[in-house]
Design a protein around this ligand. Structure first.
Ligand code: FES
Length: 76
């Protein structure tokens, strides 16, 4: 999860915490690596997350669970 200034100001830290919670809820702490990253150079579209090599923009409290399900859970 990008925690560069722009994404951070749009709530990315809380989104990162939510992702960590989702991983824990699904007992995936040992199977996925979730962390903070610096600017992904798509600031105006943020908050941004990179999952493997794909950058997903516009992450919100409303869609973060769906993104986790579709881009993490579905690919395990
Ligand atoms: S601060 Fe997140 S993409 Fe630049």
């Amino acid at each position: 999860m990008c925690v560069g200034t722009s994404c951070y100001l749009k709530g990315s830290y809380n989104l990162l915490q939510r992702l960590l919670e989702l991983a824990k809820e699904h007992d995936l702490q040992d199977r996925v690596s979730i962390g903070a990253t610096f600017c992904l150079e798509k600031c105006s579209l943020g908050p941004n997350i990179r999952i493997n090599d794909e950058v997903i923009s516009g992450v919100t409290e409303q869609n973060v669970k769906e993104i986790f399900e579709n881009h993490v859970l579905a690919k395990l």
